[in-house]
Design a binder for this molecule. Structure first.
Ligand SMILES: NC(=O)c1ccc[n+]([C@@H]2O[C@H](COP(=O)([O-])OP(=O)(O)OC[C@H]3O[C@@H](n4cnc5c(N)ncnc54)[C@H](O)[C@@H]3O)[C@@H](O)[C@H]2O)c1
Length: 320
């Protein structure tokens, strides 16, 4: 009897959240933004692209910002831009290869000593090989998984104890639309992004189960963005997005504690389409979107002047 009444309450709650979701859609997000003033935000891969755009936006909202990357000159540029965006906030950069878990734990401890515990972690660093499976060197496949997915285990383990103790904090995972559907020349990338989505979803259930509802999490699924990471990508139907637009959408999601942020919104329908369409019909959708050819001319950062990926581990900077 008690069990069936629990199920009835669960059913009512599902209905309640569903109605709330529909009603909230009509309330401007900006009216629901939480404050991040004086919070400490750690952004991995903050030396370029989306990570940099997010660092600037968090600073403009009064958050103190720490950026990690393997690209020292990229980090320096981000620090200058964050300072220019808001001279009032603290900003610091640390060269940290997030594939090295010992370095991640060490650098996170250093940040805590230098500044404070992290309030918001943005797992943003990412790499892509852009080749068909048989052309990807084994080492590159391992690196893709290490950067895009496995590093999330190390960064989250480094900051979660403080967040759980305070029952407060936010973990943001920049995955990709490639975490919802596969794609040609993207076996390692898509598989690593599916892993990042699975990690974040599982972590969320664990936090709910531990009654740590104050620790929020957001997984972000953007379509292609003009940052240079996917240089050479062709987009016949959906144009590639501008980093500023994507960063604004991510901020709106984080500031409203959204669990999922798909950019553009049409990408929310991908999982639904995969569920309701016969598999072969979905292949046709993929074909119509140009999926078989979008990566044919891919050169990525390695084929352009945007090549930021060099390692320098001796230049950690303290926060000013
Ligand atoms: N650009 C796109 O089209 C696109 C689309 C969807 C999702 N994303 C995701 O958004 C995130 C940001 O991508 P971006 O477009 O800004 O690319 P980007 O290349 O500009 O930024 C990625 C950053 O990660 C850093 N990085 C790489 N390996 C690292 C390591 N081992 N340790 C620390 N830092 C490392 C790089 O130096 C670089 O600064 C990535 O996770 C990417 O997969 C990008």
């Amino acid at each position: 009897m008690a069990k069936s009444s629990n199920h009835f309450i669960a059913f009512l709650m599902i209905f309640y959240y569903w109605i709330c979701g529909i009603l909230l859609f009509f309330v401007p997000k900006s009216l629901r933004f939480k404050s991040v003033k004086d919070k400490l935000v750690l952004i991995t891969g903050g030396g370029s692209g989306l990570g940099r755009a997010l660092a600037i936006r968090f600073a403009k909202r009064g958050a103190n910002v720490i950026v990690w990357d393997i690209n020292k000159s990229g980090l320096d540029e981000t620090v200058e831009l964050v300072r220019a965006a808001n001279p009032e906030v603290k900003v610091g950069s640390y060269v940290c290869d997030i594939t090295d878990r010992h370095l991640v734990y060490e650098t996170a401890a250093k940040v805590k000593r230098d500044v404070s515990a992290i309030d918001i972690l943005v797992n943003n660093a990412g790499v892509v090989s852009g080749k068909n499976l048989m052309d990807i060197p084994d080492e590159k496949i391992i690196q893709t998984f290490q950067v895009n997915a496995i590093s999330h285990f190390w960064t989250v383990k480094a900051v979660l104890p403080d967040m759980m103790a305070a029952n407060s904090g936010h973990i943001v995972s920049i995955a990709s639309v490639a975490g919802s559907t596969g794609g040609c020349q993207l076996t390692d990338y898509c598989a690593s992004k599916f892993a990042a989505v699975g990690f974040e979803e599982s972590l969320r259930y664990e936090l709910i189960n531990a009654n740590k509802l104050g620790v929020k999490s957001t997984v972000v699924l953007p379509y292609f963005i003009n940052t240079g990471m996917f240089a050479g990508f062709k987009s016949p139907i959906l144009p590639a997005l501008e980093p500023d637009y994507v960063a604004d959408q991510i901020m709106a999601g984080v500031l409203t504690d959204a669990e999922y942020v798909a950019v553009p919104r049409i990408c929310y329908t991908l999982n639904t389409l995969k569920t309701i369409l016969p598999v072969k019909a979905f292949y046709k959708v993929y074909e119509v979107l140009g999926g078989y050819h979008v990566m044919e001319d891919f050169v990525g950062r390695e084929g352009t002047q945007h090549n930021n990926n060099y390692v320098n581990n001796n230049n950690n900077r303290k926060v000013k």
